[in-house]
Design a protein around this ligand. Structure first.
Ligand SMILES: [Cu+2]
Length: 129
C-alpha cells in the first residue's frame, strides 16, 4: 500500500468513527392545525420507524381532540403524558400548542377524528408508509 492510499484509508476510518459518534438527527416535523370544525391538513402521512415531532395547534374557538387510538397504540411515544389517560387522544383547548414526539410503527391507514365533532365532519386520516 502506498503512502497516499494509507492516508486515505486512515481518513475514511476517522470519518466512520466521527459519523457513528454524531448526535442523533433532529426529529422530522409534521403538523396538524385544528379549526372549527376541521383538521388542516385532514390527512397526515408518516414513514414507519422514523422519529417525528408532531406539532398540534388549535386555532378554533372550541376544544378539539386529535383522536387516533389505533395510530397511537402502534407508535412508540416519547412523551405519552401529552395524551389522555387511555392514550386515545390529545385534548386541545382553544389556543393550545402541543408537541408529541413519536415513531410510527406498523404501516397502514388509521382513523383520525375529533371525538367531539366527528358528527360535524371533523374527520381525517393517517397513513403510515
Ligand atoms: Cu373538534
Amino acid at each position: 500500500m502506498n503512502r497516499s492510499l494509507a492516508k486515505l484509508c486512515l481518513l475514511l476510518a476517522i470519518g466512520a468513527v466521527a459519523g457513528a459518534a454524531a448526535p442523533p438527527s433532529q426529529p422530522v416535523l409534521n403538523g396538524l392545525v385544528m379549526i372549527d370544525y376541521k383538521f388542516v391538513p385532514d390527512h397526515l402521512t408518516f414513514q414507519h420507524d422514523v422519529h417525528y415531532r408532531l406539532h398540534l395547534e388549535n386555532h378554533g374557538r372550541q376544544t378539539h381532540e386529535m383522536t387516533a387510538p389505533t395510530f397511537f397504540a402502534t407508535a412508540k411515544i416519547d412523551n405519552p403524558d401529552v395524551l389522555n389517560r387511555e392514550r386515545a387522544e390529545i385534548v386541545m383547548q382553544p389556543g393550545d400548542s402541543k408537541d408529541v414526539f413519536l415513531t410510527p410503527g406498523k404501516p397502514g391507514t388509521y382513523d383520525l377524528r375529533c371525538a367531539d365533532h366527528d358528527w360535524d365532519g371533523m374527520i381525517g386520516g393517517i397513513t403510515v408508509q
